[in-house]
Design a protein around this ligand. Structure first.
Ligand code: SAM
Length: 278
């Protein structure tokens, strides 16, 4: 079967793609093939997840067990209510639901951390989930961002009148949109590592409390992800800590290709920050 599939692919390549000369067409074909590769990798992840169940992690009422579900249309978070609440956001509908869903599994054994809330859309849904869980009562979500505006990929998500200038502080916008959550949040302006205008922002240093859940949405740069891992990983609880990473499944995509830049300026939509947990 494996050899037959490869032979078929080679045959199709020789008769179709092999004769294409136009670079634009070739680029489009390449993107299509990358999408197919994602689909194959998705199947692979499903198989791996099925074969290796997660450590036991139960919802606060004991009714539900957290399962590793990859690309499943019947995943339980898909039916969670997590409507848009007016906060501009870069996450998808499914991601909002997933964040709201995860809160029921918080046991209180450690802190809950969010890296990269931007204006607080993800924050509001994480808090929505946690507030429904008695184990979170009296506790706060620890939120970190450098709150430095990057016009090229942030402008497209907010009305023109509200857009700060490039590299300006946008903490006031986070406070405006997440005002109703302030009792559940501890928010700190920190940089995970020096990056694009945040050179004067204090460095994030974790105080060592155990971390039970960490929601990460601070971009796809390897160095940024390496940096937060170095800061927090010694505080993770073996077999317990849950890491929710927003940019999953986009690891093969270059966020700022020439093509995407042109699209950004024409449609005023940022390309780099939406993905699906599905
Ligand atoms: C993709 S946006 C987050 C979107 C958000 N979670 C939402 O729901 O719309 C990425 C965020 O990470 C922050 N960020 C990126 N690099 C950072 C760094 N090195 N240090 C601190 N924050 C950073 C940005 O300021 C931005 O708020």
């Amino acid at each position: 079967m494996h050899r037959a599939s490869l032979n078929l692919a080679r045959w199709v390549f020789d008769r179709t793609i092999g004769s294409i000369r136009d670079p634009r067409t070739l680029r489009r074909v390449g993107e299509g093939l990358t999408r197919l590769t994602h689909a194959v990798n998705g199947r692979l992840r499903q198989r791996v997840a099925d074969a290796a169940p997660l450590p036991e992690m139960r919802s606060h009422d004991g009714r539900e067990r957290l399962r590793a579900l990859v690309l499943r249309p019947d995943a339980p978070w898909r039916s969670v209510e997590a409507p848009r609440n007016g906060t501009p956001g870069m996450i998808t509908d499914e991601e909002r639901r997933y964040y709201a869903y995860l809160g029921r599994f918080y046991s209180g054994r450690g802190e809950v951390v969010e890296l990269g809330p931007w204006l607080g859309c993800s924050t509001s849904h994480i808090v929505q989930g946690l507030r429904g869980n008695p184990n979170f009562s009296g506790r706060r979500l620890r939120v970190f961002d450098d709150f430095v505006w990057r016009a090229s990929w942030m402008n497209g998500f907010v009305p023109e009148a509200e857009r700060p200038r490039n590299h300006e502080d946008f903490r006031h916008l986070f406070d405006k949109y997440s005002g109703g959550l302030s009792e559940s949040l501890t928010v700190e302006k920190r940089r995970i590592l020096p990056y694009d205008g945040n050179e004067g922002v204090p460095q994030l240093a974790w105080t060592g409390e155990p971390v039970e859940m960490i929601f990460v949405d601070c971009g796809r740069l390897f160095l940024t992800n390496d940096a937060w891992y170095r800061i927090f990983s010694s505080s993770f609880i073996p077999g317990v800590t849950l890491i929710a990473m927003q940019d999953w499944r986009l690891q093969f995509r270059c966020p700022y290709t020439g093509r995407i830049k042109r699209k950004t300026s024409r449609t005023r939509r940022a390309p780099a920050c939406s993905s699906s947990t599905s």
